[in-house]
Design a protein around this ligand. Structure first.
Ligand code: ATP
Ligand code: MG
Length: 355
């Protein structure tokens, strides 16, 4: 029996527009092949929304989001904001607000290397082979949301790093549940030797750990974790960490998968799931038709699995991506410098190959 679901697509800005079209096509193809009924609506967010309405997250988009069963998002951002911190209305505000409003507190980032991309990474193949990590980045706390201050003479600035016990507890539980379905190892990353917020983080994870005696727990400082990730990525299974450390560690970890253009993420919480590539709007390549669509297509695969429980359909998408890479098809970000036989394709040709 097919399922009936409502999906909101928010392409956003820059290459978000170009790649999300392919994530949506994945969902349409799966619906057709497996006799599911997916209905689609579209919403504005980010720079495009500011230009059209003055608001980075219009009320209309938020309402549509609340009424949908899952959200497929692209990216936000525009070059004009990068060098002008005085602009008060900014695209990122839309993203931070939608996460808060929808209670999306856990950002899951699976880092898995497709065999054919071993050579595309800047890390040695023997270190990489077999690496398979699932990151849980906390999304609602930390320096992103603590009080921000600037002195009257503008010469001193501070951002408050703040965590509440319940925030750490709920993401730790989700991470432990996931570890149970994997290799039963959890690494919690903090800076408890220096930061009070990290000491709370560690205490709470230690508490939650007691509920999961079958999972092996390790606590690691962020500086060490950043080093271990490159030195021996295979030692990690599930990694749980705060908002800031998670942001940095997962960009670093993207190099394990060969490119930012390969990595999908899921933000989940109490209600609707939100799926997006980990990359941003990439204005340097916007409009050139060369962006890698795979991160968006793999985000659609995550959506099928996590929000709809359609595991077979999700695996089908991952196998199609794998088969495409095996045939030597590449976008420029994952083109193999050592094999001149690769076929380097643009966004649309690559998306077509997968489907
Ligand atoms: P934002 O400000 O929205 O985060 P950004 O300018 O920081 O955007 P990112 O999207 O984070 O850019 O990407 C960083 C680099 O990785 C860019 O130089 C971009 O060219 C490259 N990149 C990111 N995503 C892709 C993709 N899907 N395909 C190819 N290259 C990509
Ligand atoms: Mg960026």
């Amino acid at each position: 029996m097919g399922v009936t679901k409502k999906i909101l697509v928010i392409p956003g800005d820059g290459i978000g527009q170009e790649v999300t079209a392919w994530g949506k096509k994945v969902l349409e193809t799966i619906a057709a092949n497996y006799k599911h009924t997916f209905t689609f609506d579209e919403g504005m967010m980010g720079h495009v929304a500011i230009e059209a309405t003055g608001d980075p997250l219009p009320e209309e988009t938020l309402n549509k989001a609340r009424q949908s069963d899952a959200i497929l998002f692209g990216a936000i951002g525009h070059a004009k904001y990068d060098n002008d911190p005085t602009l008060k209305v900014r695209p990122e505000q839309g993203l931070l607000k939608i996460r808060k409003e929808l209670g999306l507190y856990a950002n899951l980032r699976p880092i898995k290397l497709f065999d054919d991309l071993l050579q595309a990474s800047s890390i040695k193949p023997e270190i990489l082979q077999g690496a398979d990590i699932l990151f849980f980045r906390e999304l609602t706390g930390d320096v992103y949301f603590g009080e921000k201050k600037r002195s009257d003479d503008r010469a001193t600035a501070s951002d408050l790093m703040i965590y509440h016990k319940y925030e750490v507890e709920r993401i730790a539980r989700r991470a432990y549940e996931a570890a149970r379905t994997r290799r039963k190892k959890l690494c919690s990353v903090d800076k408890a030797n220096v930061l009070e917020a990290s000491r709370l983080w560690r205490e709470v994870v230690q508490e939650v750990a007691k509920e999961y005696p079958d999972v092996e727990t390790e606590h690691m400082f962020i500086d060490n974790a950043a080093m271990q990730l490159i030195k021996d990525p295979k030692r990690f299974d599930v990694v749980v960490t705060g908002n800031l450390f998670g942001d940095i560690l997962t960009d670093e970890a993207s190099q394990i998968a060969g490119s930012m253009g390969m990595l999908a993420s899921a933000s989940v919480g109490d209600s609707v799931g939100f799926y997006e590539p980990i990359h941003g709007s990439a204005h340097d390549i916007t409009g050139k038709g060369i962006a890698n669509p795979l991160a968006s297509m793999l985000s659609a695969a995550l959506l099928l699995d996590i929000s709809f429980g359609l595991k077979e359909e999700s695996q089908r998408v991952i196998r199609a991506v794998d088969a495409t890479l095996r045939q030597g098809f590449r976008t420029m970000d994952i083109a193999n410098k050592h094999t001149p036989n690769d076929f380097v394709l643009g966004t649309d040709a690559m998306g077509t190959q997968v489907l």
